[in-house]
Design a binder for this molecule. Structure first.
Ligand SMILES: [Ca+2]
Ligand SMILES: [Ca+2]
Length: 426
């Protein structure tokens, strides 16, 4: 037999085969039955037609068989790496294809999930050879559910055996990962070293764990407490593995542990104590530092006592720049004694006061024109007036005028004598 896809030739040569003859005892003594298959191939001319008719089905079968075996590809295996896949993840699927025919063939192989084409690949296989083709199924966009995986080899020209071109094998369940929501801690600052780790999840889990600050997972049975947290910034993620081996993760929650109150240093005021007069606001600057969470607010608490009684007030401070905070105590009447301290709160709610730190600031409101202030002023004024008068007199000479002498008495009874031309101290 020989042929190609369009022409088939068949030549049959028949030889006598004596061993094929079979003899059985006949119905009478010394007789026998003689039968053999070669006899039909060597018919008398009168029997040719009937013999050909008799053997035609055999020839047809042989021809069909020869054609079918000449061009035949097949898919012999399909296997997915996992029986479940997280929605959106990728899954490897191996397929085994064979060229069972007599010639090299190039053909398409299509992978399907249910009836949806996942991917098509083209391969070339030598005759009587096989190959494993690996597909990657990206499940993104595929609805959750069960999928039957199949691989279909495209029929090649002349191929008649198509039953082995389709291989259906295995189901893959596309699932979503467990959904986990962290309820505690929240994205904020805590003034404590231990914080509950509370979370919810939407399906049973075969394993749960958390990772604090990116460290190795810690296995837990459920809600727990994060103990002995260090001062500073932290983050936590909770993981859960569903019973199908798909791991879900919560969002990463950032939080801060701050148990240290702010540090208040370098308190200055203007005017300085002792120079505060009734019309003066007292502006107070303080350096306030909180390295962990930062300063949330600061106030000045002040108590003042004067003839109207004793009062306690506070004024807010504002952040001038950097760590400098400023606030002002309003002007208060003469002879008011003021005591103040600064209170600062960080973003975790930790509070520091200068009073607790051992610092309390005081000043008194001095009279607007006290003797100490007025006396030098008066002296200066008088001296300038006298000097001006003396200059005027020089412009209008007067022979009778005696040298001008002034005596100013200070509280200490020191006496200063000035003349128009000279100054003497007695
Ligand atoms: Ca086939
Ligand atoms: Ca702090």
């Amino acid at each position: 037999m020989y042929g190609n896809r369009s022409v088939f030739a068949f030549t049959c040569e028949i030889y006598g085969n004596d061993s094929a003859w079979q003899y059985e005892p006949g119905p009478a003594p010394n007789t026998y039955w003689e039968r053999g298959i070669t006899q039909a191939f060597n018919p008398d001319p009168k029997d040719v037609e009937s013999v050909v008719q008799r053997w035609l089905p055999v020839f047809t079968y042989m021809a069909e068989r020869a054609i079918a075996e000449a061009y035949d590809v097949a898919v012999t295996q399909v296997s997915a790496e996992r029986a479940t896949a997280e929605s959106g993840s990728s899954l490897k699927i191996d397929t085994t294809v064979e060229n069972q025919g007599f010639y090299e063939e190039t053909f398409n192989l299509t992978l399907l999930a249910n009836s949806t084409i996942v991917q098509t690949a083209t391969t070339t296989l030598a005759n009587q050879s096989e190959e494993i083709l690996t597909f990657t199924w990206n499940t993104a966009g595929f609805p959750l559910g069960n999928y039957t995986i199949s691989a279909q080899a495209e029929a090649i020209p002349g191929e008649t055996d198509l039953t082995d071109n389709l291989m259906i094998n295995g189901n893959v369940q596309v699932r979503k990962a467990p959904s986990i929501t962290i309820l505690s801690p929240e994205n904020r600052t805590y003034p404590v070293f231990q914080i509950p780790l509370d979370f919810t999840r939407d399906e049973p889990a075969s394993w749960i764990g958390y990772s604090l600050d990116g460290a190795d997972n810690v296995t837990i049975a459920g809600n727990t407490i994060l103990w002995y947290l260090a001062e500073g910034r932290h983050n936590v993620v909770v993981y859960a593995n569903d019973t199908f081996g798909i791991i879900g993760a919560s969002g990463r929650v950032f939080f801060t542990v701050d148990t240290t109150p702010p540090n208040i240093t370098v308190v200055t005021q203007a005017p300085i104590a002792g120079n505060v007069q009734p019309e003066n606001e007292v502006s107070i600057n303080a350096t306030i530092i909180d390295e962990t969470s930062g300063v949330n607010q600061a106030i000045i608490v002040y108590a003042f006592t004067n003839t109207s009684g004793t009062w306690i007030r506070f004024v807010p401070m504002r952040n001038l720049e950097g760590n400098i905070w400023n606030g002002s105590i309003p002007a208060l009447p003469y002879l008011t004694n003021v005591t103040y301290s600064i209170v600062a709160e960080d973003k975790a709610g930790n509070v520091a006061t200068t009073e607790e730190l051992g610092y309390e600031y005081r000043y008194g409101v001095v009279p607007e024109l006290s003797l100490v202030v007025v006396l030098p002023f008066l002296m200066t004024t008088v001296l300038f007036a006298l000097a001006a008068k003396a200059r005027k007199r020089r412009k209008e000479p007067c022979a009778t005028c005696a040298p001008f002498t002034v005596i100013v008495r200070s509280r200490s009874r020191a006496r200063t004598t000035l003349s128009s031309g000279s100054q003497d101290r007695q």
